[in-house]
Design a binder for this molecule. Structure first.
Ligand code: ADP
Ligand code: MG
Length: 694
């Protein structure tokens, strides 16, 4: 018998080239892929429910005899069929029907129906149930649960079920390779793979539907574990490939570093020193560093990045610093300039909004190597940007990138790197702490450094949630803070992606507030302003010439004004916890006690309430990230929900996080040979874009 992993779906009855292409959209190319295409959920059509025992909201099979079929004229014209069994009577209601359909329901005909009972005008009703007439040759009820599969256009449940039936018959004979040595599996999951697949495609009558729906049946967990392992192995594979690439070693330039540190008004925290040492060790090697730098907002990551940059610059090479937004790029440019210009280091900036002439000047400085550190947005990686000798790429805000973008960047970086086949080192900074479990699985290709200590003297931020119905009181708080010589932020949020709508909302809030707050100097900043306008407003706020800054979430990152001690966030329920934590981190930067008011629009959903509560309780970004993971799921945290990354077939990072330590343990075992590793990656990831899923 054939190896099902190699057997194309065209080997099945009824699958031609054309249909095979349709199946490819579901990432199904082989018979084995079909077997690993698992149901989303199940229906129980094995048992008949007496009509009298039907409960609203529950899917059920009923069997009975037609007593009447009449067209009734209520708010909408509909066909009502009265069905009776020994226990009671129920109405089937059809809003769309043909004369032929009506005629099918002749009095006395026996029907089997499947659908969900709902409360209607005439007691319990079934709306548009699936029906079949029970005759002499009608099929028996199934003796297994009915699987419901993920579909794509051109594939029906019925057709897919038929194909999977064929595949299951082949599985009987051919089996499926057990790639995981049984002794590596935790005891409750020592579940033969073949049996797990058979069970999940056709659970026996009486199987625990609730357990299956939750995805916690041992057969499901057995597969989830294998899938998570395959993803983990593919990231480890990336890491190994990386180890085979060369990079320019960047030894420390002690004099330059001493000079830099001696000019700082503070000393590095212990955590910053430790992380700097970890980075220094990587950079002195001749293979590319791939390191993730995590730290809570305000922990001082930029300074660590600057220390890394000095290693490259001190060795005569260039550094690129990539930021996700122009405002942040600008802020970094200013920081690095202030730190590095006194050391005679030239900092350049490359963003999308540069004027043509200025852009040409910058490009020339980058190409000649004159610009030693270049700050920019993704404009940095456009084809016309040529570096002289790029040895280090620093990426801020990694959580917005997935593995795929990380790979792309690395390749672009390689193309722009120092001569030959050398690749630049990469330091990736996250503005948002990533829960440990997630970091282990989604970033397994990276080494990780954590700054777990804030600079001394930070004041805790007092956070309160206040309903928009008490907006007046909040406005008064702003007045009082300003009267004491403090500054404040008022952040407007909108879910709409459109910057112009966000800008409009902020504009009207700004005029409302300047009207309400006599004598308070109000300014406005949003994404639609030109960079030089933004810079002017931010400059004025920093200089204390503005008391209240009304802003969209553009101020999320990078803004640093120690005298600002009050922040109002409108509609915080619309934002993720991590983003709120980032925003809030703009205050509490000086030595004064700071306050954050979450001005929510009632009524709050239960989840919304829980999120605001979490924010009030926790000031630690890592604790908040764990909470966010619990409340919203991994896609939101990694910022990949839209791009469809982290899409597992069966595993769910949130539900199955408890399996991740097992995954790591198994991946480290020598029992898992090279061959097995390759086959596992092939089985779970082969027909997907390479490493698209982390
Ligand atoms: P983040 O980790 O959020 O990027 P930043 O690098 O922006 O944090 O640092 C936040 C603020 O703390 C900056 O004003 C920075 O100059 C200051 N800072 C950084 N390191 C220290 C330190 N060791 N002691 C005191 N202040 C520090
Ligand atoms: Mg930062």
């Amino acid at each position: 018998m054939n190896n099902l992993a190699e057997l194309p779906v065209t080997a099945l009855r009824g699958v031609g080239e054309k249909f095979a292409q349709t199946l490819a959209k579901l990432h199904i190319a082989t018979v084995q892929d079909l077997l690993f295409h698992l149901p989303l959920r199940y229906q129980d059509r094995t048992r008949v429910t007496p009509i009298a025992a039907l409960a609203p909201g529950v899917d059920a099979v009923i069997e009975g005899e037609v007593r009447a079929a009449d067209v009734v004229f209520g708010r909408r014209r509909s066909l009502m069929v009265k069905l009776q069994d020994g226990s009671g009577t129920i109405s089937l209601r059809y809003f769309h029907f043909t004369a032929a359909q009506k005629n099918r329901f002749a009095r006395g005909v026996r029907l089997r129906c499947y659908g969900e009972a709902r409360r209607g005008a005439a007691g319990l009703e079934l709306y548009h149930p699936e029906t079949e007439i029970i005759g002499a040759e009608s099929p028996d009820r199934p003796d297994t649960l009915t699987p419901i599969y993920p579909l794509t256009e051109g594939v029906t449940q019925l057709r897919l079920r038929g194909l999977i039936q064929q595949a299951l018959t082949m599985l009987e004979q051919a089996g499926v390779a057990e790639l995981l040595p049984a002794e590596l599996l935790p005891a409750p999951l020592r579940y033969p793979l073949r049996q797990a697949l058979q069970y999940l495609h056709a659970p026996p009558a009486g199987a625990d539907l609730a357990q299956l729906a939750e995805g916690i049946h041992p057969a499901q967990q057995r597969l989830a574990l294998e899938e998570l392992l395959a993803h983990h192995l593919s990231l480890l594979e990336l890491r190994r490939e990386n180890a085979e690439v060369s990079a320019p070693p960047l030894p420390a330039n002690a004099a330059l570093e001493r000079d830099f540190l001696s000019r700082l008004p503070f000393t590095l925290t212990g955590a910053q020193q430790r992380v700097c040492a970890e980075i220094a060790r990587d950079l002195s090697q001749n293979r590319p560093m791939m390191r993730l730098l995590q730290g809570d907002v305000g922990a001082g990551k930029t300074l660590v990045a600057a220390m890394a940059a000095l290693k490259a610059i001190g060795a005569g090479a260039q550094v690129a610093v990539m930021a996700p937004t122009e405002i942040l790029a600008e802020q970094h440019r200013r920081n690095f300039d202030a730190w590095l210009a006194p050391l005679n280091i030239r900092v350049a900036q490359l963003t999308g909004s540069l004027k043509a002439a200025e852009r040409r000047t910058q490009l020339a400085a980058i190409a000649s190597g004159e610009a030693q550190l270049v700050v920019g947005t993704h404009a940095l990686f456009q084809p016309e940007v040529v570096f002289h000798n790029l040895a280090l790429v620093i990426i801020d805000e990694q959580h917005r990138f997935g593995v795929r973008q990380r790979l792309e960047l690395r390749e672009k970086g390689a193309a722009k790197g120092v001569s030959g086949r050398l690749q630049p080192h990469q330091l990736i900074m996250t503005a948002t702490p990533i829960p440990r479990t997630l970091a282990m699985s989604a970033f397994a290709d990276l080494d990780c450094s954590v700054i777990d200590e804030l600079p001394p003297g930070r004041q805790p931020i007092n956070t309160v949630a206040i309903s928009n119905e008490r907006r007046d009181q909040v406005v008064e708080r702003v007045r009082a803070a300003v009267a004491e010589g403090r500054q404040a932020y008022w952040v407007c949020t909108l879910i709409e992606e459109s910057e112009s709508l966000q800008a409009q909302a902020a504009e009207s809030t700004a005029s409302e507030l300047s009207e309400a707050l006599d004598g308070v100097r109000v300014a406005l900043v949003h994404g639609r302003l030109k960079p030089e306008q933004k810079e002017r407003v931010m400059g004025a706020f920093k200089a204390g010439e503005v008391d209240l800054l009304v802003a969209t979430t553009v101020i999320e990152v990078g803004v640093d004004v120690p005298n600002a001690s009050l922040m109002i966030i409108e509609n915080p329920e619309r934002l993720g916890l991590a983003q709120l934590h980032q925003l809030r981190g703009r205050v509490g930067r000086g030595s004064i006690a700071s306050h954050c008011v979450l001005l929510y629009g009632p009524p709050l959903s239960q989840n919304g309430r829980a999120r605001l509560q979490a924010l009030r309780q926790h000031s630690d970004g890592f604790a908040i990230a764990e909470e966010d993971l619990r409340l919203r799921g991994p896609g939101e945290i990694l910022g990949t929900r839209q791009t469809g990354e982290i899409q597992h077939r069966i595993a769910d990072l949130q539900r199955d996080a408890h399996l991740l330590p097992q995954v790591q343990r198994i991946a480290a075992s020598p029992l898992l040979t090279e061959d097995l590793r390759r086959l596992l990656i092939q089985r779970w990831l082969q027909n997907k874009p390479r490493f698209a899923e982390a």
